[in-house]
Write a protein that binds this ligand. Structure first.
Ligand code: IMP
Ligand code: MG
Length: 419
C-alpha cells in the first residue's frame, strides 16, 4: 500500500458517495452554461424566473436521463447481468436498486422548495442531490404502494446523538400516522441492550404515545425494536411495564444467523477489543473500553470529546484488522463511528432489516424503506441496510420529520389520483 493510496483512501473513498458525486458532476454542466451570474449586475437582462426555468429544464432533462440509466441497471439486475450495465461502468460502487427512482419529478419537487435552479453562484450540492434522491425514492414507493415496512435508525435519525425519544418529539405523530396507514415499523438501532427497560428509557415518548393511542390493539403489534444492529428483538407489549417484550432469538433469527457460532463471536470481539486497546494507547485517547455480549466499543471518559480524525482512524484500523482475520470472513460485523464513540457489533443493519422483514411475514426489499444518517461506505452503520431494502439518507432528526411529511403529502396526492 503506497502512501499515495493511503491518502486517497483515507481522504476520499469512504467519505464520498460515488452516485451522488456523479449526479452532482452532471448537474455542474448546465450550472456553468446557464446560471448567468452576471445578471446580478445587469438587471435589464432576462428575469430571474425566466433564467431559472431554462436552467430547471436542463437539470430536469439530466435527471430524466439518470432515471433511465437506473431503469437500464434494474433491467440488467433482473437478467442477472448487473455488472454489465451502463451505470455500473459509470459508477462502479452502485449495488442493487429495489425500485426505479422518480428522479425527474423529484427534482422538480425539491427545486420548488430549495430553488436550486434559481441559484447563480452555488451549484447543485451534495445535499441537494441527496434530498432529490430521497424524494425520488419515496415517490416511487408511494406510487407503487403500499409501503409495508419503514425501519428507522435511532441516534441522529429519530433524536439527537446520545439523546432519547422524548414525548415532545414531532416524529411521534408521524410514525403513528404511518402505522394507521398500514405500515409496519422497525427501529433498527446499534444501541445494544438485552433488557427492555433500556430501550424504554431511550424510546419512551413513542412507546407511551402508541400505548395511549386509540389504535386497535392488533395494529399496535406492528412496531418492533431491533437492537445491537441485529442482535436483540423486542415487540410492543401494552401489558408490560416497559411496553416492550424480548422475543426469543429462535423466534426471529434468519436461518443463516443460526449458523453464527458463539466461539466465533467471542474470537471476533477479542480481536476487535485488542485492536481498540492498541489504538487507545497509541493515540493517547481518554477512553473506556466497553465489552458486551455482542459488541465491543470505546466511549469517552466523562466530559471528553474525541475529534473526528481520531474516531475515523480507530474505525478504519479495527475494520481492516477484522477484515483480514479468518473469523472476520466467516462472521458479519459492523465497525462504525458513533459521533463520540466507536463500536464493533456482531452482524449489521442488513441483517437487522432482514429480520424485521421476516418478523412481519416476509416483506420485500422494494416495499421496505430504511431511514438513517450513516451511509458513508466505511465507518457508518446504516450503509449495510442498502443490501436489504430501499433507503433514505437524512442528516438530522428534523429531516426525518420533513421526509415523513413529504411521504404523507405524496400519499394524499396518490389517493386523490386513484379515487
Ligand atoms: P444508532 O444511531 O441508533 O445506530 O445508535 C448508535 C449509538 O448507540 C452508538 O453511537 C452508541 O453511542 C450507542 N450504543 C450503545 N450500545 C451500543 C452497542 O452495543 N453497539 C453499538 N452502539 C451502541
Ligand atoms: Mg444513527
Amino acid at each position: 500500500m503506497t502512501t499515495r493510496y493511503r491518502v486517497e483512501y483515507a481522504l476520499k473513498t469512504h467519505r464520498r458517495d460515488q452516485l451522488i458525486e456523479w449526479v452532482k458532476g452532471l448537474l455542474a454542466v448546465p450550472f456553468v452554461l446557464h446560471s448567468q451570474p452576471t445578471a446580478v449586475f445587469e438587471p435589464q437582462g432576462t428575469s430571474v424566473d425566466e433564467t431559472a426555468l431554462v436552467t430547471q429544464r436542463r437539470y430536469a432533462e439530466i435527471m430524466r436521463d439518470v432515471e433511465e440509466i437506473v431503469n437500464d441497471h434494474i433491467a440488467h439486475q433482473q437478467a442477472g447481468t448487473h455488472d454489465r450495465s451502463k451505470l455500473k461502468l459509470l459508477v462502479p460502487s452502485v449495488a442493487t436498486f429495489f425500485t426505479p427512482l422518480a428522479l425527474h419529478d423529484a427534482f422538480i419537487w425539491q427545486d420548488q422548495r430549495r430553488f436550486i435552479s434559481w441559484r447563480r453562484f452555488v451549484p447543485p450540492s451534495f445535499n441537494d442531490v441527496r434530498l432529490v434522491l430521497n424524494t425520488a425514492q419515496v415517490m416511487s414507493l408511494v406510487r407503487n404502494g403500499p409501503l409495508e415496512l419503514v425501519t428507522f435508525d435511532g441516534d441522529v435519525t429519530l433524536y439527537d446523538d446520545g439523546q432519547s425519544l422524548t414525548p415532545d418529539n414531532p416524529v411521534i405523530p408521524r410514525i403513528l400516522q404511518l402505522m394507521r396507514r398500514g405500515s409496519r415499523i422497525g427501529i433498527v438501532t446499534a444501541a445494544g441492550y438485552a433488557e427492555a427497560r433500556r430501550y424504554y428509557e431511550r424510546l419512551y415518548g413513542l412507546l407511551d404515545a402508541l400505548h395511549a393511542s386509540n389504535m386497535p390493539p392488533s395494529w399496535k403489534q406492528n412496531l418492533i425494536v431491533l437492537g445491537g444492529e441485529s442482535n436483540y428483538c423486542f415487540k410492543f407489549a401494552g401489558d408490560s411495564p416497559d411496553l416492550l417484550k424480548l422475543v426469543p432469538r429462535n423466534d426471529w433469527l434468519l436461518p443463516e444467523m443460526t449458523l453464527w457460532q458463539e466461539s466465533d463471536i467471542t474470537e471476533l470481539l477479542d480481536i476487535a477489543e485488542s485492536s481498540l486497546r492498541d489504538t487507545v494507547k497509541n493515540m493517547r485517547m481518554d477512553a473506556l473500553i466497553v465489552r458486551k455480549e455482542r459488541a465491543v466499543g470505546i466511549i469517552p471518559q466523562a466530559g471528553h470529546k474525541f475529534c473526528r480524525e481520531t474516531l475515523e482512524e480507530t474505525v478504519l484500523i479495527t475494520q481492516k484488522i477484522l477484515e483480514i482475520s479468518p473469523v472476520g470472513r466467516r462472521l458479519p460485523f459492523c465497525a462504525f463511528n458513533g459521533g463520540n464513540d466507536v463500536f464493533v457489533d456482531i452482524g449489521d443493519k442488513s441483517w437487522g432489516v432482514l429480520a424485521c422483514q421476516r418478523f412481519f411475514g416476509g416483506i420485500e426489499g422494494g416495499k421496505t424503506l430504511h431511514v438513517g444518517d450513516q451511509f458513508l461506505s466505511a465507518g457508518a452503520n446504516d450503509f449495510k441496510a442498502r443490501l436489504a431494502c430501499t433507503t433514505a439518507w437524512i442528516a438530522n432528526p428534523a429531516e426525518t420529520v420533513q421526509l415523513l411529511d413529504e411521504m404523507g403529502e405524496l400519499d394524499e396526492m396518490q389517493q386523490r389520483k386513484t379515487r
